[in-house]
Design a protein around this ligand. Structure first.
Ligand SMILES: Cc1cc2nc3c(=O)[nH]c(=O)nc-3n(C[C@H](O)[C@H](O)[C@H](O)COP(=O)(O)OP(=O)(O)OC[C@H]3O[C@@H](n4cnc5c(N)ncnc54)[C@H](O)[C@@H]3O)c2cc1C
Length: 439
């Protein structure tokens, strides 16, 4: 029997694969409904996702797999992402759309960018040693000071020198010099980056994907059941309610550090490695607002320190079913170090105040609905210890029949597509391990 821990989209995609191969398996989910961070929430007339969740597809095999699930009518949406800086709103990405900022800011960004290109051309620059150096080499100090440093510090809550950069090269677009000059002249460049368009369900929010994934797995999905202990020798797991479950292999999507805490016996090297894993949590404050003063595209990046959140998003500009006509379903995201105490009510008040300051809410406007969601973990931190620590934990657990998958099981930056692909792939690996299945 294969025990799948977690009924998020990774566990559900794994379950779909196990079912199609006729495997005996059970998915255990701690919460009262499946979907993890991809659930949607209704509050009065408003629909929210747990936080901004837009489906970016890059793998044709996964595109086909997702579209064949049926059950969801997908809209293809051309991304409208923006940057809010010094009271101005410009198109994303910042580096390719400098037009609209002060002449001084533009000149500084361009000359520092050019200086880095000259350094490249004459050679001799050693490879960057950390994320901070990588940013300076790619964009120059001007753009770093204005956008990349403050934005990334707000998001990662970690000194940028303590982070690696291998994870980021696919997600941060690096335009050519001519493109940056064109953007500074006002020729808008919006289609750059990994997600120029994305899919979103026509109705029901991202939770529609979850409902579709879960529908054929009802008999194999047990909700409200948290796994708290795993005896890796006897191959027995215990739920918080004291239920004892025998297994042949585990496919876990639970956060890696918490999984290790639940497992015994495990070598001390595994506990040591798990102790090195770092992450941030994100408070997403979802607000339902009647007749806002303005909305800013699908989402807007907010790098300045004087605003508490790093991004604000407008779900009702993606899906009209998310709010009543004339209203807006919006969210702001703020990161915190994993252990931080958070005054959620205070954060809601701050979100409203700063949305008013940005010109989104009218003066004194109170939202009709406020739904805060703490995503913990949200982003794993790519510090220098991460790669070795993750390898140590995952390889040693796999030798004991415990395979891990998904954003937090792989301890990676996986979006939804990559998480589901990982669930499918890992289900195949688990089957091969338990019965030499040729799949
Ligand atoms: C702020 C934010 C914004 C994002 N935006 C996007 C986006 O726009 N596009 C995109 O593609 N991706 C986005 N993502 C990534 C996306 O959320 C993940 O790829 C996806 O949710 C990963 O699914 P998962 O099943 O691996 O993990 P989760 O969603 O965390 O699901 C894991 C499940 O396991 C359950 N569980 C954990 N421990 C136990 C236990 N011991 N016993 C039983 N059950 C347990 C949890 O309750 C949960 O339901 C975003 C993530 C964050 C944090």
């Amino acid at each position: 029997m294969i025990l799948v821990i977690g009924g998020g989209i990774t566990g559900l995609a794994a379950g779909r694969t196990l079912a199609s191969r006729g495997a005996e398996f059970l998915i255990l989910e701690r919460e009262a409904e499946p979907g993890g961070w991809c659930r949607s929430i209704r509050s009065g007339d408003y629909l929210f996702d747990m936080s901004g969740h837009f489906l970016h597809l890059s793998d044709p095999v996964m595109r086909d797999w997702i579209l064949r699930l049926g059950g969801v009518s997908w809209d293809t949406v051309s991304r409208d992402a923006r940057v809010f800086l010094r009271g101005k709103v410009t198109p994303y990405p910042f580096q390719a759309n400098l037009h609209g900022h002060s002449r001084r800011l533009v000149a500084r960004c361009l000359s520092d960018f050019a200086a880095e290109r000259i350094r490249d051309a004459v050679g001799g620059s050693p490879a960057p040693r950390n994320f901070r150096e990588w940013l300076v080499r790619r964009f120059g100090m001007g753009m770093c000071r204005e956008f990349f440093f403050p934005y990334n510090r707000k998001m990662w809550r970690t000194p940028l020198r303590d982070m690696g950069y291998e994870w980021t090269s696919w997600s941060v677009p690096v335009p050519a010099f001519q493109e940056i000059l064109a953007g500074a002249r006002g020729e808008t460049r919006t289609g750059m980056g990994y997600n120029p368009s994305f899919l979103y369900p026509r109705s029901g929010g991202m939770g529609s994907l979850v409902r579709t994934l879960a529908a054929p797995l009802k008999d194999r999905l047990r909700l409200g059941t948290e796994i708290v202990r795993i005896d890796t020798k006897k191959k027995v797991a215990w739920s918080a309610g004291g239920e004892r479950i025998r297994y042949d292999a585990v496919l876990s999507t639970a956060p890696l550090d918490r999984l290790v805490r639940a497992c015994a016996p495990v070598p001390s090297a595994v506990r040591l490695a798990a102790g090195k894993l770092r992450w941030v949590k994100v408070l997403s404050v979802n607000l339902g607002v009647r007749n806002p003063a303005a909305t800013l595209g699908h989402w807007v990046y907010v790098p300045e320190r004087s605003y508490p959140f790093f991004r604000a998003g407008f779900l009702s500009n993606v899906s009209s079913s998310a709010s009543p006509k004339g209203g807006a379903s919006l969210f702001v995201e703020k990161s915190f170090p994993s252990g931080a105490r958070v005054d959620v009510r205070g954060e809601i008040r701050a979100a409203v105040k700063h949305l008013e300051r940005m010109g989104v809410l009218r003066r004194g406007q109170e939202p009709d609905a406020a739904v805060p969601v703490m995503l913990d973990p949200a982003y794993v931190v790519f510090d220098h210890a991460r790669e070795g620590a993750v390898r140590e934990v995952r390889e040693r657990l796999a030798r004991r029949g415990i395979f891990t998958a998904g954003r937090y099981g792989s301890w990676d930056y996986n979006g939804m597509e990559a998480s589901m692909a990982d669930g499918i792939r890992t289900a195949g690996a688990v089957l091969r391990s338990v019965k030499g299945d040729g799949a």
